[in-house]
Design a protein around this ligand. Structure first.
Ligand code: GRF
Length: 208
């Protein structure tokens, strides 16, 4: 049984999708803890209601980024995770954290990486006149929003879209590809070859 720890900062809808799918589909895994850097994160209530340990490591309580990182890494490490899932976790993690969990640290980013790393991806995609947008699940490396790509979802940008409309369309796709990517990880179906990731049995890593 693989132990999954999910890090969130807010709503936690990706975490929810992963936890539900994990139980419903009987993955060889369990979400053992949800950790938030924000005490008010809505996702904590979902976790508690489902009997998942929910913990807060409040970044505002630490004087430096390094001190927060160390406390967070220790909190996560105590749960002995096989996989750490960043799901709407809005703090940049330091190199020490990333190195400690490297190879078992996944993130979802709401753009078609390497386009639009960082914040406000939907606004930037609209401003750039993109015809397509999407989301990317990737292994986390020390470089922000980079790292081997596990899966991408492409959604159309429609005439009249505003940020909220595009974000909602992308989020619905996130809820499909993130659980799938996590499932593949816990089932040992992902093969990382340098900067690339492939599915052992050749399943499509693109959702359109
Ligand atoms: C998602 O769009 C995710 O890609 C981004 O932040 C959002 C988090 O949503 N990093 P939720 O907390 O999973 O509902």
């Amino acid at each position: 049984m693989k132990r999954i720890v999910v890090l969130i900062s807010g709503r936690g809808s990706n975490m929810e999708a992963i936890a539900l799918r994990c139980t419903e589909e009987g993955w060889p895994a369990q979400v053992v803890a949800v950790v938030s850097n924000r005490p008010g994160a809505a996702g904590l209530a979902f976790a508690r209601a489902r009997g998942i340990e929910a913990e807060v490591v409040d970044h505002t309580a630490f004087a430096t980024r390094e001190a927060f990182d160390t406390a967070l890494a220790d909190a996560v490490g105590r749960h002995r995770p096989d996989l750490v899932v960043l799901a709407g976790f809005m703090r940049v993690l330091g190199e020490a954290f990333v190195r400690r969990f490297e190879g078992r640290l996944l993130n979802i980013h709401p753009s078609l990486l390497p386009a639009f790393p960082g914040l406000h991806t939907h606004r930037r995609a609209l401003e750039a006149g993109c015809q397509a947008a999407g989301a990317t699940v990737h292994f986390v490396t020390a470089e922000l929003d980079r790292g081997p790509i596990v899966m991408q979802a492409v959604v159309p940008v429609r005439p009249g879209d505003d940020e909220a409309a595009l974000a909602a369309r992308v989020l619905a796709a996130e809820h499909v590809i993130y659980p799938l990517a996590v499932r593949w990880f816990v089932e040992d179906r992902l093969v990382v070859e340098g900067p690339r990731v492939r599915h052992r049995d050749g399943a499509s890593q693109l959702l359109m």
